[in-house]
Design a protein around this ligand. Structure first.
Ligand code: ATP
Ligand code: MG
Length: 451
């Protein structure tokens, strides 16, 4: 205990932290979630230091409701866990504790020094060392509070709020930056981006989400270092892109990504899409719709969004294959494979998502068939609603006639009798077809009855 106390005091002295009382920053204890308060109180009662830290403090100071609350402490995972009834130690390389309080999960991590977690691990040397030696270096993993602040990405993300005293501990001028509404990297920007290129993406995302200006020195190296994004593992890139796309500010983020030259290699599809007028309109509409849904707290489907972002890639590949003489449906299937293969190399879109994306895409040609049983079957398909929304987007962007979308909208909302009247005659009146059709109604009728 005494050692810990000395370490804490020592840590603070070393890095000249600013301590601001509530009268200066205005953040009250009551702003903190029930769970995070509980975690801090219990840890402090047990003699540990405990602070709410990171995105939550930053968001609260900006008047934004935080998504979740993280706690940082000098207690080790094995010291944290027994203090709570429901707590789980998670993570292999860097272990942290998920404390469950009611329905809330509070991510509780021990102060740590740079280069020891997966987010900092992009620096090849450091990562190899830790990959191979794993927990042998455990004692090096943990650090002082000052080191914990130092390894964070932006000054506004390194604010520590103590709910007991309502003090904010600020090592890197984050409070002043918040006031000036500036996003600034802690330390040398180029170096910090080399350590972890994802920080460039985070800069763009956080600036757009929070309405902050990226400090010139923080911004300057991004264009030059953008190619480093190539080194980011696809799974991690996917997580970050998903966060960005579902931030409620996707349009602004992507515009900024393009301005910073960061879309190259991040989403290769954007390179293509942003250059074709039809595709750009489509993507713009999809993103605006998503942002609107996020901001009004309506559910958003990542699969739908990725399907939209990649649609014009699929479309172009599909058309090219058709031109080479392939039949429509196999050509579409092959085009989907081509596009997903190319994308997943860079961006590990999860399997579950790609399955839904395929469904959305492969249902699109079926909207052209407005006759009889086919329309009815499409209507009953499990993903009909999503596929229809996708069609609506295609119509709105001018890719397909608006009339097609209006018809389907009316069709799905119509009474069964009206529906029947809306159906169109079969469009391919070839002799052979007709003969086959005569057989169909019988079996189709049977299927409908048994369904
Ligand atoms: P969000 O609003 O998206 O949750 P956030 O800043 O809270 O934004 P998280 O990914 O939840 O983002 O990260 C929590 C904290 O961890 C950050 O505030 C920051 O202090 C630190 N952090 C996250 N990613 C990095 C990184 N790549 N490099 C350094 N520090 C990071
Ligand atoms: Mg967060």
């Amino acid at each position: 205990m005494i050692k810990r106390f000395i370490r804490r005091v020592f840590g603070l002295r070393q890095d000249a932290a600013q301590r601001s009382p509530r009268s200066k920053h205005g953040l009250p204890r009551e702003a903190i979630s029930h769970g995070a308060l509980k975690v801090c109180d219990v840890l402090q009662d047990a003699g540990f230091a405990a602070y709410v830290v990171g995105g939550a403090v930053r968001d609260l100071l900006l008047g934004i409701e935080p998504k979740d609350f993280d706690v940082a402490t000098d207690a080790r995972p094995e010291e944290i866990k027994p203090l709570f009834r429901r707590a789980l130690i998670i993570g292999r390389r860097f272990r942290l504790v998920h404390v469950m309080v009611g329905r809330e999960t509070v991510e509780t991590s021990t102060f740590r020094a740079a280069g020891n977690d997966t987010t900092d691990a992009a620096a090849g040397e450091a990562r190899r060392l830790h990959d191979e030696h794993g927990r042998v270096l455990r004692d090096n993993v943990f650090g002082t509070m000052a080191e914990d602040a130092r390894r964070r990405d932006f000054t506004v993300n390194a604010l520590y709020f103590d709910p007991a005293s309502e003090m904010i501990v600020d090592y890197h001028g984050g409070l002043a930056d918040l006031k000036k509404r500036v996003l600034r990297v802690i330390g040398d920007p180029a170096m910090r981006y080399r350590e972890d290129p994802v920080r460039m993406l985070r800069a763009v995302r956080l600036a757009a989400k929070l309405g902050l200006t990226i400090d010139p020195a923080t911004r300057a190296p991004i264009r030059r270092l953008a190619p480093l994004m190539e080194r980011v593992p696809p799974a991690r890139l996917f997580d970050e892109m998903l966060k960005l796309l579902l931030s409620g500010h996707a349009s602004a983020c992507l515009r900024q990504l393009r301005d910073e030259g960061l879309h190259h290699g991040v989403l290769p599809l954007l390179d293509v899409i942003l250059e074709q007028p039809l595709g750009e309109r489509f993507v713009t509409l999809a993103l605006a719709q998503t942002d609107e849904r996020v901001r009004t707290d309506r559910p958003v489907s990542p699969a739908f969004l990725f399907a939209a972002l990649l649609w014009h890639e699929v479309l172009a590949t599909w058309r090219a294959r058709e031109k080479r003489g392939e039949r429509a449906i196999p050509a579409l299937e092959a085009a989907m494979d081509n596009v997903l293969d190319a994308q997943c190399e860079k961006l590990a879109i999860t399997r579950r998502l790609t399955a839904t994306m395929r469904e959305i895409w492969s249902m699109q040609p079926r909207f052209e068939q407005r006759s009889n049983i086919r329309a009815q079957r499409l209507l009953e398909a499990p993903r009909f609603r999503m596929a229809y929304d996708f069609l609506a987007l295609r119509a709105a962007s001018g890719e397909v006639p608006a009339e097609l979308e209006t018809w389907w909208r009316a069709f799905q909302n119509a009474e069964p009798a009206t529906r029947k009247a809306m159906l169109m005659p079969e469009t391919a009146p070839k002799k052979k077809r007709r003969r086959r059709r005569r057989k169909k109604p019988a079996s189709a009728g049977g299927a409908a009855e048994s369904a």
